[in-house]
Write a protein that binds this ligand. Structure first.
Ligand code: GRF
Length: 221
């Protein structure tokens, strides 16, 4: 069996992305295992998911830390204690600092529910709807000190429909998040991600020969 890389997953909320990673790991679809799940919120449902999967959980609340850097020093301590090789942000609602980033350079991934560099920050689905884009999607990227601006690993596109609400768009995007996050982790595990400046080259990647995205998605006479 291939060596499995050790993941530390950081969460704050419901943890559906965490679940997709746990499932892919258990099914042997990725050569990676989640060794610790860290939450800044004690009530995050993601913690239940981790426990159910038999993964160790740690809660580090913001209170008690004077600065973001102090908080991140504690994060680093826990991640190192578990010999984490890749840090996976999965709905972690905190901005991370250079304290964490310098310990794990190009070894921290995040998933964002928009096609970056469009709609960074909070409420990406709402911003996409309000702007009126016809496609949106999600982005897995390496984390650098600029929020939602690190080198892009994988993106997936979804259409925005006429009658979409923030919720329906969120669901459509989430489905793709659950597909591409495990893929990105697997590419990392296989050592196939090569960062060249802003670009992440995927080593040995075949180009599809019949790729088509159409707009509008309904027939207009
Ligand atoms: C996802 O939409 C992700 O893109 C964003 O936060 C949300 C987390 O959802 N970063 P979940 O906790 O994984 O269900």
């Amino acid at each position: 069996m291939k060596e499995r890389i050790r993941l530390g997953v950081l969460v704050s909320g419901s943890g559906t992305n965490l679940q997709s990673i746990l499932d892919a790991s258990r099914a042997g679809k990725i050569d990676a295992e989640v060794v610790v799940v860290i939450s800044n919120r004690p009530d995050a449902y993601a913690l239940e998911r981790a426990k159910r999967a038999g993964v160790e959980t740690v809660v580090i609340e913001s209170k008690g830390f004077a600065t973001r850097e102090d908080y991140d020093r504690e994060l680093v301590k826990v991640l190192k204690k578990h010999n984490v090789q890749l840090v996976v942000l999965a709905g972690f609602m905190r901005i991370v600092t250079s304290v964490l980033i310098q310990e794990f350079p190009m070894r921290i991934m995040n998933i964002h529910p928009a096609l970056l560099p469009s709609f960074p920050g909070l409420h990406a689905q709402r911003k996409a709807l309000e702007y009126g884009v016809k496609f949106s999607g999600c982005t897995v990227h390496f984390v650098t000190e600029d929020v939602d601006a690190g080198p892009i690993i994988i993106q997936a596109v979804v259409p925005v429909y006429e009658n979409d609400t923030e919720e329906t768009l969120r669901e459509r995007i989430l489905e793709q998040e659950h597909r591409i996050y495990p893929q990105a982790i697997q590419l990392f595990s296989e050592g196939r991600l090569k960062v060249e400046g802003r670009r992440v080259r995927i080593i040995n990647c075949d180009e599809p020969d019949n790729f088509k995205i159409e707009n509008p998605v309904v027939k207009v006479v």
